[in-house]
Design a protein around this ligand. Sequence first.
Ligand code: UT7
Length: 324
Amino acid sequence: MTIRSVVIGSGHYLPEKCLTNADMTRLVDTSDEWIVERTGIRQRHLAAEGETTSMLATKAAIAALEDAGIDPQTIDLIVLATATPDYTFPSTATQVQAALGITGGAAFDLQAVCSGFVYAVATADNFIKAGSAKRALVIGAETFSRILDWTDRTTCVLFGDGAGAIVLEAREGEGANADRGILCTHLRSDGRYRDKLFVDGGPSTSMTTGHLRMEGKEVFRHAVANMAETVEESFRLSGISPQEIKWFVPHQANRRIIDATAKKLNIDPSRVVITVDLHGNTSAASIPLALSVARRDGRIETGDLVLIEAMGGGFTWGSALMRW
Ligand code: UT7
C-alpha cells in the first residue's frame, strides 16, 4: 500500500480590476503589439487598494474547499507559496488559516518565487506521504503589483495579481502510475543566478520592500532548458511518456517560453493550458490559477495525467506529475 496525495478540489480568485495592454500604454512607453508579440499577454488583474495576498488566497481557498465539499476544520496543513506576503511576519498562511476559521494543524509560507506552487505541492505531498498530514490546502497567491517598478516598462507589463488553491487528501494507492494523486515531484535550485531575477530590498538588507529587477533575456535563456530538464527527469524516473500527458500546465510567464518548452518536451500544443494571455505572470499563483480554470471549464477530468512545471527567481525550478 502506498499513500498518495490526491487532488480533491481546486479554486481560484482574480481581483476585479483588470488592466489591458492599452491601459499599460498610458503608464509606460509600450504597445499592445510589443507585449502580445513578445509575451502573449493581453491583460492582467490588479489587487485593489487594501486588498492583500491573504485576502486573495482566502477567496481561492474557499473556492477549493467548496469544490472538495469538505469542512475547513478537517484541513491539518496549509502551505502557501508567495513572494509577496502581507507582512514580514506572521506568515500569510496563518492569516488565511484564521480567515477560514481553522484552529488546528499547521500553516506556513513557502518562498520559491514563480516555482513556489511546485515547491508547495512537493512539500505537502511529502508531509502526506510521511503520515504527518491527512488533508492539505496548497495555495499560490501573489500581489506582484506591489513590488513592481511602474516606471520600468521591461518588467511592469509582465506581471499580475491573483491566487489559486488545491486541496490534497491522503488516499491509498497501489504504487503504480495508474494511481490517482501526485506521482512524482522534482525540485531544483541554483543560487548563483540571484542577480538575474530579484527584488532589490528586504527586511535584512534595505529595511524596505524593494522592487522587482530582471534580466529578461537571461531568464528566458535558462527557463526552457531548466524546465525541460526537470520534466525529462520525471519522465525517465516514472516511465511516463510525453504522449501520455493529458494536460501540460506550465508556469505562465511568457507564451514563447511555454510553446518552446512544450515543443522541446514533445507535448502536443492542444494539450497545453494557457492563461498568460488573460492573467499575465502571477508568479506562484499562475499554475493553481491555470489548473482551476482548466478544471472548471471541463478540460481537466478525474483520472487525467497532469504535468506542472515552473522556473523562477533564485533560480528555482521544478515539476510534478499528478493523476487528477
Ligand atoms: O516568472 C519568472 C520567470 N520570468 C520569465 O520567464 C521572463 C523571461 N523573459 C521574458 O519573458 C522576455 O525576455 C521578456 C518578455 C522580458 C523580454 O522579451 P525579449 O524578446 O527578451 O526582449 P528584450 O528584453 O531583448 O528587449 C527587446 C527590446 C529592447 O529594445 P532595444 O534595446 O532592442 O532597442 C527593449 O528596450 O524591446 C524593448 N522593450 C520594450 N519595448 C516596448 C522592453 N520592454 C518593452 C516594452 N514595450 N514593455
